[in-house]
Design a protein around this ligand. Structure first.
Ligand code: 0L1
Ligand code: MG
Length: 249
């Protein structure tokens, strides 16, 4: 039988040591999607016991580019904690093989007790980025492996909040050291990031999590992720939404 806590501890240790491990699925034939989310939840519980607080959720595999890049065809989700929030400097040297991707971010303004109400619960919209770091060697995993690994969530940054608006087709640019490395549109996020927001509310509710005022939803990436070196300056810009910048070390 799958030992959920042991698998969560294995991933947690890999993350804290900055050391890649083999895929869990290689030795765990019982690792189905439900069990993988149990492992994810157990991993978050370990972080919670160390004082981290729930900050929201992230949606993954929401763009065709990402599905192609990773060879999967399912939307997944992971949990964000307050310690993953990056301000002006991101510590990436302790990570395994970090990547960065441009995101649309929603700020929840009041508790979402019914997922159907999530659209009207949005208090702000911003451009942002996600730092991904798979705990698996060579960034290779199956669907269940990546779910167990909290959808590779490692860090995120958020630009200035704007009042809720249509973000179905926001042009986005990801620059590293002043050079555009990815350009795309928020339309890559399920055709409209609001669909990812709705999926986040539905999945969170099904998992017994209430999105509360102040929580954040990372809707997904507008482009493929790119490797994130240290000593780099990253800027993500969204048309009409300004930009967010971070320096790595
Ligand atoms: O946020 C994402 O779309 C990525 C989900 C996890 C897979 C990955 O590490 O790229
Ligand atoms: Mg992402």
């Amino acid at each position: 039988m799958t030992d959920v806590k042991e698998l969560a501890a294995r991933l947690d240790e890999a993350r804290r040591d900055g050391r890649a491990i083999g895929m869990l699925s290689a030795s765990e034939p019982g690792l189905d999607v439900t069990t993988a989310y149990d492992v994810q939840r157990a991993g978050i519980e370990l972080r919670r016991r160390r004082g981290e607080r729930f900050a929201g959720v992230k949606m993954g595999f929401t763009s065709r580019a990402k599905m192609i890049q990773m060879g999967v065809d399912d939307v997944i989700w992971g949990q964000l904690t307050d310690r993953m929030l990056v301000e002006s400097t991101a510590e990436v040297s302790g990570m395994i093989h970090p990547r960065v991707e441009p995101e649309i971010v929603f700020l929840i303004g009041r508790d979402v007790t019914r997922p159907a109400d999530v659209d009207t619960a949005v208090a702000g919209i911003a451009v942002g980025y996600e730092i991904l770091d798979s705990r698996y060697a060579d960034f290779k995993f199956t669907l269940t492996d990546v779910i167990a690994d909290n959808a590779s969530a490692s860090g995120f940054g958020v630009g200035a909040w704007h009042s809720p608006r249509d973000v179905a087709n926001v042009g986005m640019v990801l620059e590293i050291d002043g050079r555009p490395v990815q350009t795309g549109s928020s339309a890559a996020i399920l055709g409209d990031p609001v669909r990812a927001l709705r999926a986040a509310a539905r999945l969170a509710t099904e998992a017994g999590i209430v999105l509360r005022a102040g929580d954040i939803v990372l809707a997904g990436a507008a482009t493929a992720a790119v490797p994130l070196p240290k000593d780099a300056h990253v800027r993500v810009t969204g048309a009409g939404l300004g930009s967010v910048e971070v320096t790595t070390r």
